[in-house]
Write a protein that binds this ligand. Structure first.
Ligand SMILES: NC(=O)c1ccc[n+]([C@@H]2O[C@H](COP(=O)([O-])OP(=O)(O)OC[C@H]3O[C@@H](n4cnc5c(N)ncnc54)[C@H](O)[C@@H]3O)[C@@H](O)[C@H]2O)c1
Length: 437
């Protein structure tokens, strides 16, 4: 393929060197003439293991060159990769001005080109930026309409500085946000030979994926550091602890607990987080990440209440009340917290939860109900039908067969608020609203 690469920093230089080594013809573009001279002299404009040899070889074999002339690069390529920087503005917002300029230069050059052109954005961008900002910019500067003559895809980069060439050849995944299947295929062909799962999705999803990855990586570092700080004070070897933690691929390093939805609760997580953060305070340690978890959880419960009352209806029925399906444990159930708030605000609440009935509750659960929700029995109904008849809004608190049955049986005027996502695939039935989707 004939590829132009805009921006010869870490991402652009590595992409250019590696794509040339894969057999493509690559023209790098940068506004900085020193970086252009570097490449044309067969040298890498960045310090990274293995990149020098790739660039030297690419230039020597005539597959890699660089220019400050965007027009030359666009006229001699079918695909332009945009890898320019997207730094932080003083207010924290993303500075997309470099990407906008690069798109304007590509668009301007396209006025002199007759064949179709595909623009692939690789810079990290907030979701919606490509659609709202870059495609219009490309359209106005090129005089083309977004479509067969002007394709646009978003293809985030996952390399890490220090191992960027290795990461380019062994990416964790190749994510292609495509405007059209044929353009997505072209992007995928650029990476032919790389062994990685290829995901083709919407442009917005691909933009968001990059932020989720980076936010999660940052969270992991800070989480591990806070655990390490507590371990040190408690005379526990933090590395041994985290090695054991990482062995668990079922619950810890796994997809478990990573689906957006409602708050956590139950008899363990809230209690144990409180104890751990209290211990950190006793050690005079700051643990802002651990400390923020319960606050975030409380916020999710308040958001659930806001969603439920936002429809302006008074009669609200819950499918599920215990902290998770198939359990009668009501201790610290976020659904109980939500129900209590709604009752306090004067809403008429009814609950169907086949695992919870006063007759069946025993021991700790019975005591919890007596102390925290003494009027529980008056809220409980015996059947889903009864709940449906009594409710204007149905809140699905569990992903259960009953939640699905309620969604399917909802009357047209009945609103279904799914807190946990168990009925996402039934979204067209009735008036379905997802908690965070
Ligand atoms: N550095 C990383 O490890 C990494 C990893 C993945 C994604 N990213 C993302 O990739 C993007 C690029 O990051 P980077 O670290 O390579 O940036 P960088 O700052 O190292 O390089 C950006 C380059 O773009 C050039 N440039 C600016 N405007 C231009 C224009 N109009 N035309 C041509 N060139 C122009 C600059 O001169 C510079 O050489 C950012 O959005 C970043 O968030 C970076």
């Amino acid at each position: 393929m004939q590829i132009s690469v805009f921006g010869l920093g870490y991402v652009g230089a590595v992409s250019a060197g590696c794509l040339a080594a894969s057999g493509h013809t690559v023209i790098g573009v940068d506004i900085n003439p020193q970086k252009v001279d570097c490449i044309n002299g067969g040298q890498a404009p960045i310090i990274e293991p293995e990149i020098d040899a790739l660039i030297e070889e690419g230039v020597r074999k005539g597959r890699l060159s660089a220019t400050t002339d965007a027009g030359h690069a666009v006229l001699n390529s079918d695909v332009s990769l945009v890898c320019v920087g997207t730094p932080s503005l003083p207010n924290g917002n993303l500075d997309s001005s470099h990407v906008e300029s690069a798109c304007a230069e590509i668009g301007g050059a396209l006025r002199r080109k007759v064949t179709p052109h595909l623009v692939v954005i690789r810079s990290t961008l907030l979701p919606g930026t490509t659609d709202a900002l870059l495609i219009p910019r490309l359209e106005t500067t090129s005089g083309r309409r977004h479509g067969p003559e002007l394709g646009v895809c978003y293809n985030p980069e996952f390399l890490r500085e220090g191992s960027s060439v290795k990461d380019f050849y062994n990416p964790p995944k190749i994510v292609i946000g495509q405007d059209d299947a044929a353009n997505g295929r072209t992007v995928a062909e650029m990476y032919t030979g790389l062994e990685a799962p290829v995901v083709r999705t919407s442009i917005r999803t691909a933009e968001m994926v990059k932020y989720v990855d980076n936010a999660f990586h940052a969270l992991k570092v800070s989480f591990a550091n806070e655990i390490g700080n507590i371990c040190k004070q408690a005379s526990v070897d933090s590395h041994e602890v985290m090695s054991i933690f990482c062995m668990d691929r079922k619950l810890n390093l796994s997809p478990a607990y990573l689906k957006p939805g409602f708050a956590f609760g139950g008899s363990c997580l809230p209690k144990d987080l409180r104890a751990l953060t209290y211990q950190a305070r006793r050690f005079d340690l700051e643990s802002p990440v651990l400390g923020a978890i319960l606050a975030s959880n409380g916020h999710q419960i308040r958001l659930g209440v806001e969603r439920a009352i936002g429809f302006g209806k008074k009669r609200i029925g819950f499918v599920g009340m215990s902290f998770k399906p198939a359990s009668d444990d009501l201790r610290e159930s976020p659904l109980v917290a939500m129900i209590e708030t709604l009752l306090g605000k004067g809403y008429a609440v009814r609950v169907f939860d086949p695992y919870v009935s006063m007759n069946r509750l025993v021991g700790a659960n019975r005591k919890y109900v007596a102390e925290h929700l003494p009027h529980l029995s008056s809220l409980l109904v015996d059947s889903l039908e009864e709940l449906m008849a009594a409710s204007e809004v149905l809140v699905l608190g569990h992903a259960s067969e009953h939640a699905r049955a309620a969604t399917l049986a909802a009357r047209p005027e009945q609103i279904v608020l799914d807190l946990v996502g168990g009925a996402r695939d039934l979204r067209t039935a009735g008036r379905y609203v997802g908690m965070s989707w």
